[in-house]
Design a protein. Sequence first.
Length: 268
Amino acid sequence: MEASYHSTVAAAKIQAPSAIEFRNVTMAYGTHTVLKDLDLAVQPGEKVTLIGPSGSGKTTVLRLAMTLEKPTGGDIRLFGESMLYGQDGQRLPARDEARMRRRCGMVFQQYNLFPHLTVLDNLILAPSTMRGEAKDKAAHRAMEYLRMVGLEEKKDSYPSQLSGGQQQRIAIARALVLRPEILLLDEITSALDPELAGEVLDVVRDVARETNVTLLIVTHEMRFAREVSDRIVVFEAGRIIEQGTSEKIFTNPSSDRTRAFLQSVLNH
């Protein structure tokens, strides 16, 4: 792993702006409001998991962070810089939006690997074509991340030759090879059976433990959320109803609605 990547000094973290901050963000589709006046700040290196019922707005938070959608109100700031507006108050031009987006990486529910490319070629495609890196340099870094996810020996395989769990681990490596400062994980085990899901979650645990990348996670895997998270944020109907350390949320939640949600998913 490159020595400078994801390394940070504690004192610098204290003084740094939030890695990502949602300021009074609203997201509506016609008359249906998905997020309502969202205020949420995630600090550099923090591991934050969003939980709550389906349809409560969690995935929308990640899609907004990745600029896949634009909010209908409010502002989103990445390391202190607006992702939406320039200093003149006008919408950011496309080139600046792309620059901001490059600081984030996202892993989706579906793996979205290119079926006609080998594992290694899937990993080096974006660094070499979008960022102009030399292929040998991109390949060297890609192999580091394949080792990290435990799939170095699959570098010449095609996605169809891999299990779903292996494909999702490759998708995580593909996101990390671009060296994002923030990694967004959207229900990455929802399409997997429990055994394969466990393999993928083990990789994310390693990412959380071995790097200082900021993690913003949406998951229904409550045991995993409790283990990996510095903070749990509970959503309902587009609003945050409670947040706190994983220990606080899972052992002594303040909200009756949080308690009811946890009982429903833990007893399922």
